[in-house]
Ligand binder design. Structure first.
Ligand code: CP
Ligand code: NVA
Length: 330
């Protein structure tokens, strides 16, 4: 019996494969209920607070809409407008908010901040993205793969891009936990940090998962069931990094040639937002400066028949609801 009541959700390293699989099952049930229009207000009368020190569309909306679906109310606190960090420590913020709310979501910079929030809070704290990890994203990603293929064990997921960012790190963890094959295709300078690789390799010994790191994108993407990429410069990193990252990562762009190198029937995933065209402010700026119209993924792949990015985005809602429900229910 899996019991997650009262638990924080800070990183997937803290969870067993069984617990992760349980959250996926609950997510699937909640998805069915939502699609059928069946009421599932299991947390009626509770309240959550959402702390965002970085921008967000999917994560914020999943927590807000998800809270309402579950019968709750949500308070959003953005990067400005609260005392947090400026006049009040994270420890004090946690001790105040847990007297008013039944759950706290946090998106920000250092993983140590969300860990401190959890330490000083008496209600569950959920990590909505830090520089190091993005655990709620992972549940949506593996849910999407499971929906496509019916299983996860033995499936090969390949990440192309900045593999030491929050998404790259977290994908390596979730694949290790669930007995999947994880490969990252990136220049050595952007491979995940050695300590985390070591920890994940220990997990792999128990689950049958494997981890491969290569600078050769054609070698790495062979036999892949899912190809995954993310932005080349993450939130909180300086704009000046774009030039260097473009040079380093252009050879790791997911284009049709790379997709064709994967297994027949492979899918394309991306946590979003994505620079697959030049129709955003930053996209335009990059085009003017560096002459690139598309970056980590081509528009052809993003819009193509193998892309599951919007299914994946929808699954953010169902999986985040599962995390709130399982950690908050009585
Ligand atoms: N994938 C993701 O976390 O998206 P947002 O930044 O829009 O929340
Ligand atoms: N690596 C990206 C993920 C966005 C969901 C970032 O941190 O900006």
């Amino acid at each position: 019996m899996v019991d997650l009541r009262g638990r924080d959700f800070l990183k997937l390293l803290d969870f067993t494969p069984k617990e992760i699989e349980h959250l996926l099952k609950v997510s699937a049930t909640l998805k069915k209920q939502k699609h059928k229009g069946e009421s599932h207000r299991h947390l009626r009368g509770k309240q959550v607070v959402l702390l965002f020190e970085k921008d967000s569309t999917r994560t914020r909306c999943s927590f807000e809409a998800g809270a309402v679906d579950l019968g709750m109310q949500a308070t959003y606190i953005g990067p400005t407008g609260s005392q947090m960090g400026k006049k009040e420590t994270i420890e004090d913020t946690a001790r105040v908010l847990c007297r008013m709310y039944d759950g706290i979501e946090y998106r920000g910079f250092d993983q140590s901040t969300v860990e401190a929030l959890a330490k000083y809070s008496t209600v569950p704290v959920w990590n909505g993205l830090t520089n190091e990890f993005h655990p709620t994203q992972m549940l949506a990603d593996v849910m999407t793969i499971k929906e496509e293929f019916g299983d996860l064990k033995g499936r090969k997921l390949v990440f192309c891009g900045d593999a030491r960012n929050n998404v790259g790190n977290s994908l390596m963890v979730v694949c290790s936990k669930l007995g999947m094959h994880f490969a990252c295709c990136a220049p050595k300078a952007l491979w995940p940090n050695e300590e985390l690789v070591k920890t994940c390799k220990e997990i792999c010994k128990k689950t049958g998962a494997t981890i491969e790191m290569t600078e050769d994108i054609m070698e790495g993407t062979k036999d892949a069931d899912a190809l995954y990429t993310d932005v080349w410069v993450s939130m909180g990193e300086p704009m000046e990094l774009w030039e260097e990252r473009i040079k380093l990562l252009k050879p790791y762009q997911v284009n049709q040639k790379v997709m064709d190198n994967a297994k027949k029937g492979a899918i394309f995933l991306h946590c979003l937002p994505s620079f697959h065209n030049n129709e955003t402010t930053i996209g335009k700026e990059i085009e003017e400066k560096f002459g690139l119209k598309e970056m980590e993924v081509t528009d052809e792949v993003f819009e193509g028949p193998q892309s599951r990015v919007f299914e994946e985005a929808e699954n953010r809602l169902h999986t985040i609801k599962a995390v709130m429900l399982e950690t908050m229910k009585k």
